[in-house]
Design a protein around this ligand. Structure first.
Ligand SMILES: Nc1ncnc2c1ncn2[C@@H]1O[C@H](COP(=O)(O)OP(=O)(O)OP(=O)(O)O)[C@@H](O)[C@H]1O
Ligand SMILES: [Mg+2]
Length: 263
């Protein structure tokens, strides 16, 4: 479903601020892979997601999505097939539009159907059903402005919007980091449910090591713009924080500095 081949991005090349944020990254995800990504601040995690979404066009290498070469494709074109969530709950929804209008807009993604014909009764019913599954009581607030929702409610809604038309890829960049622990868990549970049920190929960046090791089927460890280790199978299941620290310092030649490590 996704292939990165020797993907490189250098910011401010040939200046004193030159920074190789992606350094020959190779990554191959099969349909339904749910892969978590960890690494210290500045490791290149967000840059890798930006390279996949087309927010940044890579300097060299290739990006393939579902077998198609999208290396030079603009982000708005890729957005038809890629769902994305950020740390900031304010991104991804339109605050002055109602929940129903936001969902209708998301539902029209990738098709020619716009909002011009209004929202159909059958769509409204489907939105209500989907919202009730989030367990946040949003199904009774279809006509509420999204700006009135809490951060957790907005993140859950954004997740629903990103997946209401099943995307080829879902990119989650610390999407629970700004939420309180209870809400973060709720949104994580919803994420697991939606991803598994629809078999969505997903990359999830997190600073929560427990979430990283216990969510999905693989964990990438990044440092200095490279994927330094891929954990899967038994090695991943038996991974402890101590072993991970050792593995990281051996591979990166540096210690793992992560403030949220023990959350
Ligand atoms: N638009 C940009 N312009 C210049 N440098 C950038 C840009 N985006 C990222 N960088 C640099 O590239 C490197 C990788 O950044 P990136 O945001 O990918 O890290 P990250 O792993 O997501 O870190 P964090 O955990 O803090 O979110 C950093 O050194 C960063 O300063
Ligand atoms: Mg980041």
């Amino acid at each position: 479903m996704l292939k990165l081949e020797n993907a490189c991005i250098t910011f401010h090349p040939n200046t004193v601020n030159e920074r190789r944020a992606l350094d020959n990254v190779n990554l191959h995800l099969k349909k339904g892979d749910f892969v978590t990504v960890i690494g210290s601040n500045g490791a290149g995690k967000s840059t890798m997601l930006n390279a996949i979404s087309g927010t940044y066009i890579i300097d060299s290498g290739y990006v393939y999505l579902d077998g198609q070469d999208v290396t030079m494709q603009k982000s708005y074109k890729r957005a038809k097939h890629i769902g994305r969530l950020f740390q900031d709950p304010l991104k991804g929804t339109a605050p002055n539009m109602t929940i129903e209008e936001n969902l209708a807009l998301a539902y029209s993604r990738g098709s020619r159907r716009g909002l011009s014909r209004g929202i159909k009764k059958s769509d409204e019913q489907m939105f209500r059903e989907q919202l009730s599954r989030l367990g946040l009581g949003l199904e009774d607030r279809l006509k509420s402005k999204v700006g009135l929702l809490s951060g957790g409610q907005r993140q859950a809604l954004t997740l629903l919007m990103a997946t209401i038309v099943t995307p080829k890829m879902l990119l989650l960049d610390e999407h629970t980091a700004a939420l309180d622990p209870k809400t973060a868990k709720q949104v994580m549970d919803i994420t697991n449910e939606i991803v598994k049920e629809n078999n969505i190929t997903t990359l999830m960046v997190t600073h929560n090591i427990k979430d990283a090791l216990h969510t999905g089927n693989k964990t990438l460890v990044m440092s200095g713009g490279k994927i330094i280790t891929v954990l899967e199978g038994e090695q991943r299941e038996n991974m402890t924080l101590e072993k991970l620290m050792k593995l990281y310092s051996d591979a990166a030649g540096d210690s793992f500095s992560d403030k949220n490590l023990l959350d």
